[in-house]
Design a protein around this ligand. Structure first.
Ligand SMILES: [Zn+2]
Length: 676
């Protein structure tokens, strides 16, 4: 029996042979690849020669390459082209992969060899990249308890099991509460203000539930338009309170105890490993480095954004007063913001869309990449695809040298998850004198073309494409030796720099004029549209900033210090929110009990990253604004110091190498119109 996943890919650029891969190939391939990886590790630990960097760290780094390749193909398909069958396989192989990863992390002999190298690190004469590799590998053992005694190791395992169970329960409760609520409307007059598409969608939901009229839910695609457009204030209030009360009601889905248990266990875990708090543990592996840096960072932005936020709140309140609203409440925020925005800018999404035909925008991002980084994109037809909607490109530099393969998968379909993301089918590394180039993919969910109309993007979709393309550049231009340090394998609060940086080219006349042309008349986008796009991007920026900061500050409060004294979730939250709230508090509501980012997902002590990344991209783009947005020298420097370097060095050092200084908040505040 030949399994194509286990053979060398005999394809152009050794791309994945999708036509030969059948679902039944995956599980046996995973089993075999794990076996091979385990044997490779046994070879390292069984080596009787004196441990060296080469026979230990480098050898370890290149173990499991087959397993990595199979995993990326499989999990990329599970995101972009899944089926019941693939999901079933995922459920079977995921525990196998976790078990293997745990076996490696808990491998005493392997750890001993790595530790030996780490202890004599300074004598090894390592390059920066080698040093980073050694430190990362060593830390991955230690941060999982390799240095603990047997009793503590057991405690750690118990905590980890409890934590994953609690996180799961947290998510299940939020989901149950989201699904438990619906707003059922029979009286058509209550739909006033809502756009046709929203009404249509609500009718569909009602139909699915076998109900007359319209049903609105707490899912974002239903909730957000309702809060933005529904004129009926009583109903907006009802929806908002239901949304904010998720997992905070007197029923079995209440998350208060889970929140308290989670933060206390996280603290205990961090303490066991020798850290002051969970945030200290997390931030050790972030560009921000310490809780103090994060707290200072958020505090500084708070001071600077508050006056603008208060002023905007007053403007919005006065605007709503004309409607007879005496006190602006949370459920009025989106509604009056939208109304005011329309009054001030009068720019409809539909007016912009004809200027953003997908093919034109794609050509635009290609030509921006060409002007900045000398890249050329040629569509090729000899590479296999996992779906006919996918297009494939060979990426070269201007001298013709092969850089990467790019897959682009733009349209929604059954089996593709929501949102947009960048991923890779093959990483980049150098070994035995060969530079193995990456296969990068961008996956989006844009409006499909019809028989009469091409795919016309909303402005938000345009920035999404540029965003994902920024990640793709980070992957395509990677040029490191070790795969685990290549491309987007960087600290969390650094990974959004290239993606958010590239978004800036969507707002500049010089770049928009390259591609924003009317799809029928070829007319360039009017100047006043560009002006409006720019100024409306900053609309109510102070209030938005305050909101983001409030979440970051709440996160740091939960995770930055000893939580053992905390008893009441709501009281604690109110205290943390003290300087960030413009709207009156709603007693029935609580943020923390449904704050999935930090209690279910991986953003604990990491919520600040959103603002952090904005500061970085604004600070970096300021240099382009100063020297010219297509300044080759600056672009080449960005490529040499950041895009090609991946995670081979401390991100602050990489950044300073590019910018000549550390980032500060002023470029962001200026761009956001918050510096008066
Ligand atoms: Zn991103």
């Amino acid at each position: 029996m030949s399994n194509p996943l286990l053979q060398i890919f005999d394809t152009p650029f050794s791309t994945a042979p999708f036509s030969k891969i059948k679902n039944e190939h995956f599980k046996p391939a995973f089993i075999e690849a794990i076996k091979i990886a385990q044997e490779e590790i046994d070879t390292i630990t069984g080596n009787t020669k004196v441990p060296t960097f080469e026979n230990t760290l480098e050898a370890l780094e290149f173990t499991g390459d087959k397993l990595d390749r199979i995993s990326s193909i499989f999990f990329n398909l599970n995101s972009a082209e899944t089926s019941d069958e693939i999901q079933k396989i995922a459920q079977e192989v995921s525990p196998m992969l976790t078990e293997f990863a745990n076996d490696v992390r808990l491998n005493e002999q392997l750890y001993k060899r790595v530790q030996l190298m780490y202890d004599i690190k300074d004598e090894l004469n390592l390059t920066t990249e080698q040093d980073t590799l050694l430190t990362n590998k060593y830390k991955s053992f230690v941060r999982n308890g390799a240095n603990l005694n047997e009793v503590d190791k057991e405690t750690l395992r118990t905590i980890d099991t409890q934590l994953s169970k609690l996180k799961l329960n947290f998510g299940e409760n939020v989901l149950a509460e989201t699904n438990a609520f619906e707003l059922h409307i029979i009286d058509e007059t209550q739909l006033k203000g809502l756009p046709d598409s929203t009404i249509e969608a609500a009718k569909m939901v009602a139909k699915q539930k076998d109900k007359k009229g319209w049903v609105f839910t707490l899912d974002y695609p239903s909730y957000v338009p309702f809060m933005t457009y529904a004129s009926d204030r009583t109903l907006r209030k009802k929806m908002a309170i239901a949304f904010g009360a998720k997992a905070f009601q007197n029923n079995k889905h209440n998350n208060q105890q889970i929140v308290l248990d989670l933060v206390k266990l996280r603290h205990q875990r961090a303490h066991l490993l020798g850290y002051n708090s969970h945030a200290h543990f997390v931030l050790e592996e972030r560009m921000a480095e310490s809780t103090k840096n994060v707290t200072d960072f958020l505090g500084d932005l708070l001071v600077k954004a508050t006056p603008a936020a208060k002023q905007e709140f007053e403007t919005l309140s006065n605007f709503a007063k004309k409607d007879g609203i005496d006190q602006l409440e949370k459920w009025d925020s989106a509604y009056y913001s939208e109304k005011l925005k329309k009054k001030l800018f009068n720019l409809e999404e539909e007016q912009l869309k004809p200027y953003f035909k997908l093919e034109n925008v794609l050509k635009g991002v290609f030509s921006v990449s060409n002007k900045l980084f000398d890249l050329k994109f040629e569509e090729v037809f000899n590479i296999e695809k996992y779906h006919e909607d996918v297009t494939t490109y060979k990426v070269t530099d201007t001298s013709g040298e092969y850089i990467a393969i790019l897959y682009a998968d733009f349209f929604p379909r059954k089996g593709k998850r929501n949102g947009a993301w960048m991923t890779s089918f093959k990483g980049q590394w150098q070994k035995d004198g060969e530079n193995s180039r990456p296969h990068i993919s961008i996956v989006c969910n844009f409006t499909k073309p019809t028989e009469t109309k091409p795919s016309l993007l909303t402005f938000n979709e345009v920035t999404t494409l540029f965003h994902e393309f920024g990640h793709a550049l980070h992957g395509m231009l990677a040029n490191t030796i070790y795969p685990s340090l290549s491309g987007t394998n960087v600290h969390w609060d650094f990974v959004e720099l290239p993606s958010q940086l590239l978004e800036n080219w969507c707002y500049e006349k010089e770049s928009l004029s390259l591609f924003a042309k009317h799809f029928e008349t070829n007319e360039p986008i009017p100047m006043d549209f560009i002006e409006k796009i720019k100024s409306s991007a900053n609309f109510l920026e102070g209030m938005q900033t305050l909101r983001q900061l409030s979440f970051g500050i709440l996160d740091m409060n939960w995770h930055g210090k000893d939580p053992s004294e905390i008893e009441n979730v709501k009281e604690f939250e109110l205290l943390a929110f003290k300087n960030t709230q413009l709207f009156p508090d709603v007693a029935e509501n609580c943020m923390s009990t449904s704050f999935s980012h930090i209690f279910q997902g991986g953003y604990s002590s990491g919520y600040y990253s959103y603002k952090w990344a904005e500061v970085l991209d604004a600070d970096a783009f300021a240099l382009f604004l100063e020297k010219g947005i297509f300044n080759k020298e600056i672009a080449q420097k960005f490529k040499a110091t950041i895009l090609s370097k991946g995670g081979t060095n401390n991100p602050m050092e990489l950044y300073v190498n590019f910018r000549g200084k550390k980032p500060n908040n002023s470029a962001l505040l200026k761009r956001a119109g918050l510096l008066k």
